[in-house]
Design a protein around this ligand. Sequence first.
Ligand SMILES: [Zn+2]
Length: 179
Amino acid sequence: MSIANLYLLRKRRNLNQKNYRERHPEKVAAYLRKRYLKTRTLQIAKSIEWQKENAERHKNNCIAYRKNNPEKRLKWQKEWVKNNPEKVKEIKRVAKYKRRAGLKANAIPFSASQWAEKVKSYSGMCAYCDTGKYEHQDHVVPVSRGGPHSLNNLVPACKSCNYKKGVQIWTPRPPISIA
Ligand SMILES: [Zn+2]
């Protein structure tokens, strides 16, 4: 076959393919989708294998990714919470139990009047922002991080600071001395 013929043949074939694609867009879409899924499955299998062989590196990559994409992380978390109500319930239940157990195991008793004095030493205001009123007892070092339920580890806090603080450790302002 001459080169010119080969060229014509190929041109005609391309034209046929083009016509076919134009007449059957749904078939083309289905084909592309199938091809995509096939390569995607292969890619996922490959990357899972890599993750297994490089567990430590993969873990660090994940941590870095989550840190660098806080808005994506928040979105995933929200979706996960929405899609896993039973698991969320269980996590909350365990956290509550752990918190109670932690409080019990790690408590240094104090009296109500001792606490009232402490609140007074902060003029009844939040020990963090000094603009909100005392609404919550806040563990400076959270119970979940080994902080004791003791007078020394408790400060009065406003609701807003208490929620914002979460499991972080904030330094409260020093109390004013009571005469
Ligand atoms: Zn506050």
